[in-house]
Design a binder for this molecule. Structure first.
Ligand code: ATP
Length: 233
């Protein structure tokens, strides 16, 4: 579904990606792993068109999307749950969900506020609460719900469990497993490796803007050299 090849990205004169590559198969989960500052967020932002790639290929459902504006990439079926949640603080929970609602691909059974609240029952009683008054966990659930309201075919999550209490983190992982079981493709960056490897089908390890290893979670589990050198475990 998503193929990234030879991706090079700069911030001004500073190069952040040096030939990044990864794949997400239809209905599968890819984990993008690496220590801080290695280029995970830059990879995601380059895929989404938020940071322009200098060169390389990003193919989504057969279309080369490099150079497309973000709104067109989102319209093609790529959804992002950004690091730091970035919900609209001065809109209510309901308004946050309605703000992004669209079904440009005419998917059957599109996401609705009711379906988001079925996935996250915690949100059901909070419809009129302002975004700024929601707890961190509620904001994260809302950020995922807001991305789902765009009816993506592939959902990208950047540190979606960061800073959350263990119980809330568990709720997020359960919801992500539920989304996977419904056939949604996922690309996930997260520091909670045990949970991430539990849900992932494929892992890609990034080091200084380059892919240095890829394989199954089981293979990563056994590969102490990669775990130690690239992930600091
Ligand atoms: P983290 O887990 O800390 O978020 P990351 O793997 O997501 O790290 P990136 O945020 O993609 O890494 O950063 C990759 C490199 O690009 C780092 O050297 C970082 O300093 C640099 N970088 C990131 N954002 C910018 C920016 N807006 N301007 C200049 N350099 C940046």
């Amino acid at each position: 579904m998503l193929a990234v090849r030879d991706l090079v990205t700069h911030y001004g004169a500073s190069q952040a990606l040096f030939g990044m590559a990864l794949d997400v198969a239809d209905g599968a989960v890819t984990a993008l792993l690496g220590r801080n500052g290695m280029g995970k967020t830059t990879t995601i932002h380059s895929v989404m068109g938020i940071v322009p790639a200098t060169s390389g290929f990003v193919t989504f459902n057969g279309a080369d999307i490099v150079g497309w504006p973000s709104h067109r990439i989102a319209g093609a079926g790529l959804g992002l749950v950004p690091e730091g949640r970035r919900i609209f603080p001065n809109l209510t929970l309901r308004e946050n969900l309605l703000a992004t609602a669209s079904n440009r691909l005419n998917l059957p059974q599109p996401w609705t506020i009711g379906r988001v609240c079925a996935l996250f029952p915690e949100l059901a009683a909070r419809h009129t609460a302002m975004g700024s008054l929601l707890s961190g966990g509620e904001q994260q659930m809302l950020a995922i719900g807001r991305a789902l309201m765009t009816n993506p075919k592939l959902l990208i999550l950047d540190e979606a469990t960061e800073g959350l209490a263990p119980l809330v983190r568990t709720r997020i992982w359960v919801a992500l497993a539920e989304l996977k079981s419904r056939g949604l493709s996922l690309l996930i960056v997260d520091k909670n490796l045990d949970d991430l490897l539990h849900i992932a089908d494929t892992c890609v390890v990034i080091e200084k803007g380059r892919p240095v290893w890829h394989g199954s979670p089981a293979a990563l589990h056994k590969n102490h050299a990669v775990r130690h050198t690239c992930l600091g475990l």
